[in-house]
Structures are given as C-alpha cells and as structure tokens.
Design a protein around this ligand. Structure first.
Ligand code: FES
Length: 264
C-alpha cells in the first residue's frame, strides 16, 4: 500500500532540512516506521524517489541498522540489554523470564500485537545495570519481577514513566520523534540519575577540574580557582613548547619536516 500524501509531504520536509538531501535518510526511515509500523518496500521506494537515489541504496541502509524493522513492531518495543555488564547483573535472567511470560522469542511480537521483545546491546547505561528500554527510553536497575510488572502495565494500558525520561508513548509515536517531529515531552523526567553524577560530585568536593585541552593524555589535578587554571594552562603550553624544542634538537638540525623534505 502506498504512503499517504501527508507522509510523502513530511518525507520531503525532512529531506529539505539538509544541505545534502540524502543526509535525511535516517530520519525519513523513522518516519516510514511511524507511519507504516515497519520499513515497507513502498516506504523504501518513496525515500528513494524523494532523495533521487536507488531503492537498493535505501535498502542497504535500512537493513544495516538494527533500529529499522522489516517486520511489524508491536505497540511497544521492549529491549533487554544482554551485553556483558547487564548480563552478569541479571539481564540474561530478565530476558529469559520475559520470553516465558510473553511466550515469544527474540525479535518476536506477542499475539495481541502489544509487545515486541528484543535483546539489545550496551546502551551506555551500565551504571544502572541491568537495563531495559521501552521504545528507547531507559528502565534502570531492573529485576525479572519488575520487568514482568512493566510489560503487564504496558499491555494493560497503564501510564508508564521512564526512570530517566518521559512518560512512555507507543513505538510509532516514538519513531515520529526520531524522525524529528517533537512530541513536547523532551524535558520530562530527570536528565541524569545519581549513579552517573557520582564522579562529578567527588570532583566538586575536591576542587578538581579537567586539565587544559592543550595537554593531551595526562590527568593533572588542578585547583578550582580560575587563577590556577590560567597558571596550569600556561605551564602546560610551556611544557609543550619545551617538548617540541627537544624533538627538533634530537632531529639534529632543528629543521622542520617540510624543510627537510624540500631540501631532499
Ligand atoms: S552492558 Fe547494559 S547498558 Fe552497558
């Protein structure tokens, strides 16, 4: 079935956001998923037409990234991180429990069309392991029991809120946000949880700050006082200049590499 005029218009709108129209392909595919429930052959053709590229090029992108689905996704996409840290913290047990509870395998959808279950790779949220995601919103520090309660609430139509994000919407609604059409929930919920802020709190307590960007690879301890920052940066610059002079000296004549090449 071909896409609606509204969706085609929005695909063109996305493409027009970019100096190079084909840069819009990723959000365009999210819009196709929002509209069609998956990346359909018609959606691929529509993206290709709008961008003036081949369907094979669009298909190559759509089949490369795991966030693009060729089969229909349920009302909610539920991901369970089974990467190393989450796995040892209980992610594998959560995934097994959900497979039994929902009577589905990996990347399968429940018979009522409500939940698609998928094991996912590290979400860079290891400080809250084991982590789950609902439509790419974090659910932190899960257990097999809390995972079952979560999917039951979703299936019952209860309001569910991410532990570090907004109220959960449907997968299709989330795909529309990923296509660049905001739903107004971006500021809902906390931006960062306590576990992610521990290092920052320790640094503030001890007056630590990041070393100057002119000095790479070393973690210098610097006072919080701005005057000390300037002093440290100057020290760092001086030390870099000394290092570079030493390198030139050891090269024999002090000539630059370009000068040497020219002389040859
Ligand atoms: S291993 Fe699960 S979030 Fe990193």
């Amino acid at each position: 079935m071909s896409l609606s005029e509204t969706t085609l218009g929005e695909l063109r709108e996305i493409a027009a956001r970019y100096p190079e129209a084909r840069s819009g392909l990723l959000p365009m595919l999210h819009l196709v998923q929002s509209s069609e429930g998956r990346v359909t052959p018609e959606g691929i053709e529509a993206c290709a037409d709008v961008l003036g590229i081949s369907a094979a090029e669009v298909s190559g992108v759509a089949t490369f990234y795991t966030m693009y689905k060729r089969r229909p996704v349920g009302d909610y996409h539920v991901g369970v991180c089974t990467n190393t840290l989450c796995a040892v913290m209980g992610g594998d047990q959560i995934f097994e429990r959900l497979k039994d509870h929902l009577e589905v395998g990996n990347d399968e959808t429940t018979t009522d069309g409500s939940i698609t279950l998928e094991h996912v790779e590290c979400n860079a949220a290891c400080d809250y392991a084991p982590v789950m995601m609902v439509n790419w919103e974090f659910m932190d520090n899960m257990t097999p029991d809390s995972a079952v309660a979560l999917v039951d609430d979703l299936r019952a139509g209860k309001e569910v809120t991410s532990t570090r994000g907004p109220r959960v919407c449907t997968w299709r609604e989330a795909e529309r946000v990923l296509a660049g059409f905001p739903d107004g929930r971006v500021d809902e919920g906390p931006g960062a949880g306590p576990a992610s802020l521990v290092g920052l709190e320790i640094a503030q307590e001890r007056g630590w700050a990041a070393p100057s960007s002119t000095r790479s690879g070393s973690a210098a301890q610097v006072h919080g006082d701005p005057a000390h920052h300037v002093e440290a940066a100057a020290d760092s610059d001086a030390s870099l200049q000394a290092e570079s002079a030493a390198v030139e000296e050891s090269s024999g004549s002090g000539e630059s590499a370009a000068e040497k090449k020219e002389a040859q």
